[in-house]
Design a binder for this molecule. Sequence first.
Ligand code: GLY
Length: 293
Amino acid sequence: LNEQEEKPLVVKADGLAAGKGVIVCNTRDEAIDAVNRIARDMEFGAAGDEFVIEERLYGQEASVLAITDGRTLVTLPAAQDHKPALDGDMGPNTGGMGAYSPTPLIDDATQRKVEEEILVPTVHAMKRSRNPFRGVLYAGLMVTPHGIRVLEYNVRFGDPECQVLLMRLRSDLLDILEATVDGQLSALQPPDWDPRPSVCVVMASQGYPGAYQKGLPIRGLAQAAEVPDVKVFHAGTTVRDGAIVTTGGRVLGVTAIAETTALAKLQAYRAVKCIRWEGAWCRKDIADKAIHP
Ligand code: GLY
């Protein structure tokens, strides 16, 4: 750090740190402080046994997922989620407070570029290194003024990206997953996607992403289910004494599909209004970045 030219950096604990091990630094002193917090003060425990120092990137994030059987790759439509807790992308980071698909950030040409330059080479590299991968490969991307950069890979569907993607999937997911397991993806027709946009609004427990209470009864799910073209995905719920109660921070993914992103947003919030529990909250601006880019 002392020898490098001063520039904005990100210092990350390399292990699992519940999404908290990333420190964004504007100056060299901040970066040195971050290294001390991770390596000397062990603020993130063993997750900081190794750490990485990366150039700080500026731009919007998008998620492009692919399903692969190790040889054939099926890229899913791009999605964008909202990681900060509060409207206007303010407040602490969360697992995702809402999502939409498609996103104006990734047009068809960019999507092809992501597939050809990022996803396909990654799957090939894993095969060449004798770690062939079968499953869902999730590329977390940053669209910067200098091009697309990969922030991270996950090997799962994203939450809440999954909700908007499944709303748009017309083919049978089980057929795709079975063909993936059997190494038969190339024999399958490409999935059929609904061209209409989908929007998911996450309803969360009071206090999330910090501490929150569990076991609160949820009302209005039946009314929400009557809103056309809406599906309420359960994330942090359970059944207690015959009633559906909260059991997580992100509780429900209220997801709509409609002719435009603006209409899908409207429909999702119409369903959100039907649902109540003590302290329930959500962001109010999901998908606005796509509606007013
Ligand atoms: N929504 C971000 C993730 O699932 O990682």
